[in-house]
Design a protein around this ligand. Structure first.
Ligand code: PGA
Length: 253
């Protein structure tokens, strides 16, 4: 598994361009970038990507987008393509977040198309999977995760050396303050890594980073990041404060 964790701050629909600029300057004052030891990415909303990219220029912090359209271009009013995101400097794109699936009707087929679009543009998808609380209670976690992964990665080929990021985000843990236990998360991470091994071989499975997401805070981040098999965290609410997100990044050693 990776020795270089990936920490991602998903701002969701927060931060105007000027707020993003202010955030980045405060965040950078915490000297969180440590080339070689960890990757840190911020995922602003589309409208603030450019401002964030400008303020991050010259730093080690990477840019991520929260969503993409699956086509390269076309008559899709209100949509943004992966090509546009790559040109603006995004290295990662979050795909299939449970809010996209649950609130915007994003299907596994769409998730699959988006994963393909992101890879074609040379970026890394952060593919989100996760079970509902009812699935967990019914003992269906493995089944749900397996199905989401298989459908999202159907017919997706990876070039030699290309890897993925997968975020395990139990839906019941997102924005609720009820995080999964690191020991439970690691069980699911093992399932995910095995699926990646079957689909792409050992090298890609080991090089791919499997993140945990769902109510990660500065006080519990260390308990996830210190567990072998958890290669990083995807942070929502606690990434909105630059001091708290910096503390989470500092926990990644
Ligand atoms: P949360 O969100 O950290 O606010 O629970 C995580 C996510 O939605 O990626």
């Amino acid at each position: 598994m990776t020795e270089r964790p990936l920490i991602v701050g998903n701002w969701k629909m927060h931060m105007t361009p000027s707020e993003a600029t202010e955030y980045v300057s405060r965040f950078l004052s915490h000297a969180v970038g440590h080339p070689g030891s960890r990757d840190i990415a911020l995922a602003p909303p589309f409208a603030s990507l450019h401002a964030a990219a400008a303020s991050l220029a010259g730093s080690e912090i990477l840019l991520a987008a929260q969503n993409t359209h699956w086509e390269e271009e076309g008559p899709f009013t209100g949509e943004v393509s992966s090509r546009m995101l790559a040109e603006i400097g995004c290295r990662y794109v979050i795909v299939g977040h449970s809010e996209r699936r649950g609130l915007f009707g994003e299907t596994d087929r769409r998730v699959n198309q988006k994963v393909r679009a992101v890879l074609l543009c040379g970026m890394t998808p952060i593919l989100c999977v996760g079970e509902q609380e009812s699935d967990r209670l019914a003992g269906r976690t493995r089944e749900v995760i397996d199905a989401q992964l298989k459908l999202a990665l159907a017919n997706i080929r990876l070039d030699d050396g290309q890897s993925l990021a997968v975020a395990y985000e139990p839906v019941w843990a997102i924005g609720t303050g009820k995080n999964a236990l690191p020991s439970d998360a690691v069980e699911v991470h093992t399932i995910i890594r095995n699926e990646l091994r079957i689909a792409y071989g050992a090298r890609t499975a080991e090089a791919s980073r499997i993140l945990y997401g769902g109510s990660v805070t500065r006080s519990n981040a260390g308990s996830f990041l210190s567990v072998p098999g958890i290669d990083g965290v995807l942070v929502g609410g606690a990434s909105l404060d630059p001091d708290s997100f910096a503390a989470i990044c500092h926990a990644a050693f």
